[in-house]
Every structure is written in C-alpha cells, then in structure tokens.
Design a protein around this ligand. Structure first.
Ligand SMILES: Nc1ncnc2c1ncn2[C@@H]1O[C@H](COP(=O)(O)OP(=O)(O)OP(=O)(O)O)[C@@H](O)[C@H]1O
Ligand SMILES: [Mg+2]
Length: 232
C-alpha cells in the first residue's frame, strides 16, 4: 500500500506573543502530521495553544519559528498574497462564534469566499456562478430554504450550518473547526457533528478542536496539547 499523504506537516512550530515586556510562549515546538482523509480531534486545557495552532494551520497567522507544509507546500516561503490564495482555495474554517457577516444573507455569506477567489485571479472564470455553487453548499447542509435569511433570522445551529457551507463551498482539502459545537446545546451540537462526520465520510480531512470528550470520540483519533506542546 502507498504511504498515506500528509495534508498537514509541521516541524518545531513555535508562536510567541509579545505582551509589553513579557513573552507569551503559546506554542513551544509542535510537530504535527495529519494525513489526507483523517478526522482528528484536538483537545487540551484552556490556554494550551489549540486556537493558536489552528490559526497557523489555517494560514490566518504566521509562526515565530518552525515550518508548516500544507499538502507538501512550505507555507513560510509564500508571500502574504500567495498565503491568502492558498487559504482561500485549500482550507475551510469553522469558528465557535460562526463569524457570519450580519448584513449578508445566508447565500451571500456562503458565496463570499468564491467572490474573493474570483477577484484575486485573472482570466478564466469559475465553472459555475458563486451563487449557484453557494446554493448547492446550502443544500448540502440542509438549508437551501433559508438562503435568503440573514444570520439574525437563523438559530445558532442553522448559523453554524451556514458557516459549514461557507467552509465547504470552495471544495477545500482541509476543514479546520475550532470548537464548532461550543456555543450550541447538545442536541444541536449533535446535528453539527453528524454533518462533519458525513463530510469526513466523503473523503475530506478534518481537524476539530473541542473540550467535549463525547465530541472528540467521534473523530478517528485525538491529539492532546499541553502548555504549547503536543503530547506524544
Ligand atoms: N493574540 C494574542 N496575544 C497574546 N497572547 C495570546 C494571543 N492569543 C493567544 N494568546 C495566549 O497564548 C496562549 C494560548 O492561547 P490559545 O488561544 O491558543 O489557547 P486555547 O488552547 O485555544 O484555549 P481555549 O481552550 O481557552 O480556547 C494563552 O496563554 C493565551 O493567553
Ligand atoms: Mg481556543
């Protein structure tokens, strides 16, 4: 059998936040490897560095030192613009607080990454219009009939499904979810977890931060962080 292909590979990744005169060592050298198609939970006490790690993996921030290879590409060697393009094309992000734009409908929130994508490139247009693809993504999460609603007109669980549709719409290699069920009651959180499990079953790579053991148990395996390090 072939060696599994790593989607994420980090080498001695560190992140230090400068806070006035003191340094906060949020990550102290993380070696992480996640293969294509894996469904992985990331757990650890508050402040252990999980969100910091997710931001680096999501190309939302850059490490202080160390290397990050996304699908074999050295992210540190890219310009800010190239990194933004990589993030847009290869990564879907789901946040605890949904992070939808309040003035946009569900449909336009989901279409937004495709509009950024179209704006950032010359030449050939996308095969289908952003709104058509956004509607397909909303159908995928069972919310096509709510396409015209604004976030305030949706329940928490529905908002998170819209956010998942937004994460999905660009057909990313990797979905990063930072406590996606953290603001939801357990039954609604269960719906979100079923949806994420389906995306995994379709072959997507998923990394999910959670404080909830029952949520982590739905992943294939769990990684643990403590004090800026990954436990062996
Ligand atoms: N922007 C920032 N500036 C300064 N320090 C930060 C910043 N972001 C995080 N930190 C610090 O880095 C450490 C790791 O924070 P991080 O948010 O990654 O933890 P976490 O594991 O996600 O915690 P939680 O479970 O509470 O979400 C903490 O000590 C935190 O105070
Ligand atoms: Mg966090």
């Amino acid at each position: 059998m072939n060696d599994p292909r790593p989607v994420i590979e980090t080498q001695k990744l560190t992140k230090t936040y400068r806070m006035g005169a003191t340094d906060v060592f949020a990550l102290r050298g993380v070696d992480m490897r996640i293969n294509a198609g894996d469904f992985v939970a990331l757990m650890g006490a508050s402040g252990s560095g999980k969100s910091t790690m997710m931001h680096l993996l999501g190309c939302l921030d850059t490490p202080t030192t160390g290397r990050y290879l996304l699908e074999g590409r050295d992210v540190g060697s890219l310009s800010a613009q190239e990194r933004a393009r990589l993030r847009n094309q290869r990564i879907g992000f789901v946040f605890q607080t949904f992070n939808l734009l309040p003035r946009l409908t569900a449909l336009d929130n989901v279409a937004l990454p495709l509009l950024y994508r179209a704006a950032g490139k010359q030449g050939n247009a996308e095969p289908a219009s952003p709104r058509k693809r956004a509607l397909v993504a909303l159908e995928r999460v069972g919310l096509a009939e709510r396409a015209g609603h604004r976030p305030t007109q949706l329940s928490g669980g529905q908002r998170q499904r819209v956010a998942i549709a937004r994460a999905l719409v660009g057909d990313p290699a990797l979905i990063l979810a930072d406590e996606p069920t953290g603001n939801l009651d357990s039954s609604t959180g269960g719906d979100i977890m079923r949806l994420l499990a389906e995306l995994h079953a379709e072959g997507r790579t998923l990394l999910l931060v959670t404080h909830d053991r029952a949520v982590a148990d739905q992943a294939e395996y769990t990684l643990h962080m403590r004090d800026g390090r990954l436990l062996p």
